[in-house]
Write a protein that binds this ligand. Structure first.
Ligand SMILES: *Cc1c(COP(=O)(O)O)cnc(C)c1O
Length: 333
């Protein structure tokens, strides 16, 4: 796969490290757990959206945009990083925030919300949970165009076939590192949200003819629609990349047992997973995505889904900035 054909900006200095989690693996007494540290990516606070924005901002600049607009939840990491990328490119940024949990928007909240303001977001538009976010973004784009602006719309999570190229690039980077480390992997575990990360990694490694299974841990939708979303994006990506065959539907593996009461709603297992990772490896996860995904991995290990000699890689997609908006959960106990 030749990614040089696609315009790209660079927001990272070097490959993110792959670390062996010695103490964490020992505590669980299970397989060898490794972590790909995409929480250490560039732009303010890092996280997986940085890789997608390398391709999305390059496209925005190629199209002559002066403003990027995107959407997300009230503590969206994607919105924070889009604001950061816009600042770095000298573009304006406007956000449409969806209040998925009623009354969860607090204009004075810390975490990502604070960073929206520090990073100079021009305007925040709040909409109710369940709104058609693509329609909201397109409406905002029309308003801006009518005022002579040149907006570029980035879909939620940056998960279209342009943004997902960032995770095809990550798959290439990771396979190169594993080769250099002499590390044969048995499984990759990723958080599966707006689907771009899951689809990009799966399409990227299959595009290199590597058969390692990719497990997606859902944090939002039930398994059926989540698999559809990932598979659909894999097909569009494969077409963009000129691959003869996209990954098959059977290869899109999703678990939906760790969502709890819904998106961004805490679970006791998430809190325990965040604490365990912090206390064994001094690595901070986040309450909405990676904390639930790791809770899923811990549960699968406890159920002997893996054998104790296997090598499992957990992709850390970032998000710890949001911990500062969930302090109540972690101050007790
Ligand atoms: C957005 C996000 C995810 C999910 O990635 P998708 O590409 O949307 O599936 C996982 N972890 C963190 C911290 C995120 O911000």
């Amino acid at each position: 796969m030749d990614l040089t054909r696609f315009p790209r900006r660079r927001y990272m200095q070097a490959a993110t490290p792959i670390e062996k989690l010695e103490r964490f693996s020992t505590v669980l007494g299970g397989p060898n757990i490794y972590m790909k540290r995409d929480d250490l990516l560039g732009l303010a606070g890092g996280g997986n959206k940085t890789r997608k924005l390398e391709f999305l901002l390059a496209d925005a600049l190629a199209k002559g945009a002066d403003t990027v607009i995107t959407c997300g939840a009230v503590q969206s990491n994607h919105c924070r990083l889009t604001a950061a990328a816009a600042a770095k490119e000298g573009l304006k940024c406007q956000l449409v925030l969806e209040e998925r949990v009623p009354n969860s928007y607090d204009k004075n909240a810390a975490g990502n919300n604070l960073l929206f303001h520090i990073l100079g977001v021009e305007e925040i538009h709040l909409v109710d949970g369940g709104a058609d976010m693509m329609a909201q973004l397109n409406g905002l784009a029309r308003q801006l165009r009518a005022r002579g602006r040149r907006p570029y719309v980035i879909p939620g999570g940056g998960s279209n076939e342009i943004g997902s190229l960032g995770y095809v690039a990550c798959a290439q980077e990771m396979l190169q590192q594993l080769f250099q480390m002499g590390l044969p992997l048995d499984c990759i575990v990723v958080t599966s949200g707006s689907a771009g990360t899951h689809a990009g990694i799966l399409t990227g490694i299959r595009g290199q003819n590597v058969p390692i299974p990719v497990l997606g841990i859902g944090i939002n939708r039930p398994k059926g629609p989540q698999r559809e979303a990932v598979f659909g994006l894999c097909c569009r990506l494969a077409r963009k990349l000129g691959l003869k065959t996209p990954p098959t539907k059977e290869e899109v593996i999703v678990f939906d047992d760790y969502i709890g009461a819904g998106y961004s709603r805490p679970t006791a297992e998430m809190v325990a997973a965040v604490r365990l990772m912090a206390r064994t490896e001094a690595i901070l996860l986040d309450p909405v995505y990676t904390g639930k995904a790791l809770a899923g991995l811990i549960d699968l290990i406890e159920k002997n889904y893996f054998s104790s000699t296997q090598n499992i890689l957990f992709l850390h997609t970032g998000g710890s900035t949001a911990l500062h908006a969930y302090s109540d959960l972690f101050l007790k106990g």
